[in-house]
Design a protein around this ligand. Structure first.
Ligand SMILES: [Zn+2]
Length: 155
């Protein structure tokens, strides 16, 4: 990237293309998760050359597993595929900023790069990117009917 913030060489363009593809796959995994009535968060793990090792969404409700976050499931799947509990050089794309549990797992597996679409605090503000908008819209749509049901009936 040059000093005006413009991507001006092939490696930057390759990086941008890989980042966009990773995030789009993560958003699709999040949408799939939402259709299964799970909180719509998706995660992708890619090897350094871009091969996708894992593509998962949340599954905590169906599996009765408090560890069933998209990131943990993606790390497990990637580690199984690679035959190694560590994933050096790999990238994790996730649609929402990882929670503390997932951050620790990411650190333990030595994932090199984490890209997330939306910060957790963005739920209360204007999303900063198109990816953040897409991610947060899915989450809002997921919770809206549940919040409506929880609202007390007018007397
Ligand atoms: Zn998590």
């Amino acid at each position: 990237m040059n000093d005006q913030g413009v991507h001006d060489d092939a490696s930057d363009l390759h990086f941008l293309a890989a980042e966009q593809a990773g995030m789009l796959l993560a958003l699709l995994a999040a949408a799939d998760s939402g259709q299964r009535d799970e909180i719509p968060v998706g995660a992708i793990v890619c090897e350094p050359l871009g091969w996708v090792l894992a593509e998962t969404g949340n599954d905590s409700a169906a599996s009765h597993d408090p560890l069933g976050h998209a990131e943990i499931r993606a790390l497990r799947q990637a580690a199984q595929r690679r035959g190694n509990y560590r994933l050096p050089g790999s990238s994790l794309f996730v649609t929402l900023e990882p929670c503390v549990m997932c951050q620790a797992a990411i650190e333990l597996t030595r994932v090199e790069r984490v890209v997330f679409a939306a910060h957790r605090h963005e739920e209360e503000t204007t999303p900063s990117t198109a990816y953040a908008t897409a991610s947060l819209q899915m989450i809002r749509r997921f919770f809206a009917p549940k919040r409506e049901l929880a609202r007390p009936l007018p007397l």
